[in-house]
Design a protein around this ligand. Structure first.
Ligand code: PBG
Ligand code: ZN
Length: 327
């Protein structure tokens, strides 16, 4: 009996053995780095709530994306901030919009970097919602089907600009199916869709709203993002998206939703990404800046937690740091 009890300890106390039995690892090839390109800046603009993250002009985006790729990170997730917002979010699907322009430049200068484009309207609408809004008598309603039409146009315009993957983050009903057929009709039947299939209405998106300038001007996103209390609903959302044609799945946020990540990966087995979002980044950065926590160790622990919970890919603002730490 005593012999049995000593078993884990015998294994752990030998460094080589500890390495050989390690169940999970973090690989740079699994990281996706989110980047922000803005039509309103001509030099890198720091995002105060996300130290180390910037809004770039197209030129600076390309320059920095090259560095990201040289670190061994295979993919970026691109968000655009237009100079002009309107009710319809028309800059989202403009062939000369900020994302379309940036994608063309990226594919020209860093052709092997995977460019995943965010498909949503919240950065482009004057009201900051992810869809088209009908605002009457002090109440507002997000018009689902009208929004889906605009999202399809947006995805197709990004594909035409050269995006490798489109990632709809709006959470309107039926958008994956609609985007799939829109892409097929436009001749992009091989272009994968990475769906934010389980996206919760979260307080942890706060810092991102500074980065992407997409804070809702009234109301909140609870009619289209999910209730943090619901897990079965998340599985149903994912199942629907897969039926409609999603090729890759995103669970978002990461930290408070590890159970969802685990269940999604177990149940569906599709390539699954977790989005280690802005608030998760900001809180650890703040603690590290105060000397309250050791950043590198904490980040490695956090990311291995995502891997253990089933993430094949990790979308994280720490991608560059991780790539250099893992070298
Ligand atoms: C909305 C969107 C959000 C994020 C990316 N796209 C959330 C929101 O503002 O509701 C959050 C990402 C992050 O916090 O890092 N389409
Ligand atoms: Zn949005």
């Amino acid at each position: 009996m005593l012999q049995l009890l000593r078993r884990p300890r015998r294994v752990r106390s030998n460094e080589a053995l500890r390495q050989i039995v390690r169940e999970n690892s973090i690989e740079t090839r699994q990281l996706i780095y989110p980047m922000f390109v803005s039509e309103k800046v001509d030099r890198a603009e720091a995002i105060s709530s996300m130290p180390g993250v910037y809004q770039y002009s197209v030129d600076e985006l390309v320059e920095n994306a090259k560095r990201v790729f040289d670190l061994g990170i295979p993919a970026i997730l691109l968000f655009g901030i237009p100079h002009l917002k309107d009710e319809l979010g028309s800059q989202a699907f403009d062939p000369n919009g900020i994302v379309q322009t940036a994608v063309r430049s990226l594919k020209h200068s860093v052709p092997d970097l995977l460019v995943i484009t965010d498909v949503c309207l919240c950065e482009y609408t004057s009201h900051g919602h992810c869809g088209i809004v009908d605002k009457r008598k002090g109440r507002f309603e997000v018009l689902n089907d009208r929004s889906v039409e605009v999202l399809v146009q947006t995805a197709v315009s990004q594909a035409e600009a050269g995006a490798d993957v489109v990632a709809p983050s709006d959470m309107m009903d039926g958008r994956i199916g609609a985007i799939r057929s829109g892409l097929d009709q436009a001749g992009f039947s091989d272009l994968p869709i990475m769906s934010y299939a389980a996206k919760f209405s979260s307080a942890f998106y706060g810092p991102f709203r500074e980065a992407a300038e997409n804070a809702p001007q009234f109301g909140d996103r609870q009619s289209y993002q999910m209730d943090p209390a619901n897990a079965n609903e998340a599985l149903r959302e994912v199942a629907l998206d897969i039926e409609e044609g999603a090729d890759l799945i995103i669970v978002k946020p990461g930290l408070p939703y590890l159970d969802i990540l685990w269940r999604v990966k177990e149940r569906f087995g599709l390539p699954t990404a977790v989005y280690n979002i802005s608030g998760e980044y900001a809180m650890l950065k703040a603690a590290a800046a105060n000397g309250w926590i050791e950043e590198k160790r904490a980040v490695l622990e956090l990311i291995i937690g995502f891997r253990r919970a089933g993430a094949d890919m990790v979308i994280t603002y720490w991608a560059k740091d991780l790539a250099s730490w893992l070298k």
